[in-house]
Design a protein around this ligand. Sequence first.
Ligand SMILES: [Zn+2]
Length: 337
Amino acid sequence: MPHWSILGQEHITSHLGNSIAQGRLSHAYLIAGPPLSGKTTLALDIARALNCTGADPPCGGCVQCRRITLGRHADVQVVTLSPDPRTGRMRNAIAIEQVREMEQRAALGPFEGKSLAFVIDPADKLNAESANALLKTLEEPPPRVTLLLLTSLEQEVLPTIRSRCQALELKPLGQEVIAQALTREHNVAPEDAALLAKLSGGKLGWALAAAKDPKVLEGRQERLEVLLEVLGSGLERRFQVAQEMAAQFGRNRPPVLEALALWLSWWRDLLLVRAGAPQLAANADWQASIAERAARYSAEEARAVAREVLATMERLEANVNARLALDALMLAMPRKK
Ligand SMILES: [Zn+2]
């Protein structure tokens, strides 16, 4: 049996298994799914399958598979957002120079394995210029080169790129699948697994991280406490929080986007509680506090705030000024005593 690291995405692994058996893996895949849903895990699975020397690729145990798992394989290269060497500032798109460098490396072929894999992450940050430079490689890839493009914003990947890749879409996993994976494969106590599965939003990566590191749940707790604090505070404190979040976003983006995703889920839960469906709420452990606040906001107000949180996440992803976007969000949340 092949050893896929990705769990619960049988529609993808059985399809890839067939392609491997027929020796017909595509030279370019677009792997789409929300953050922490397993895009990188799947990309590395494909890289292992391409280079595996075992009987059932990806076997997970041969030297090739293990070197890829350890991040030491010279033929797995990641192309991602990086600082501009001229200014030292983080680029907001994957630059054409990066695509050219990648093509030079591609022309040399694999060094230590059978196949050279480039992980392009995020593919929605290829701008018109860099995407254009990539088209040639997508159309006529050098032999033994595979492109693995990742995105959590599939609609923002340029159509010229999308149409030249085979799409693999990660589905959110059911709570049962996540709870089972946690208890069976990671020795998490069943009651903890059930709560984590419920909180995970169908993202196994999140549930695993939370099971392994108590800081994930603590961090979640803190982020929700910041939201409640903001809701009860005046503008001075709110702008202070916006400033702290903007500074953090400048250093490391994902935690801020995760905090906003959590805030969004809190507002959705508030709407569910208002609508008399608390059992559907994602933040099961916060139900009492949400119920207490549900009466203070009208459904229209809660929907408007939820829309604004989502719009803020989209603005941040689109590289607007983070401080301005977060200040605007602070202004959009009604203050209720
Ligand atoms: Zn192997």
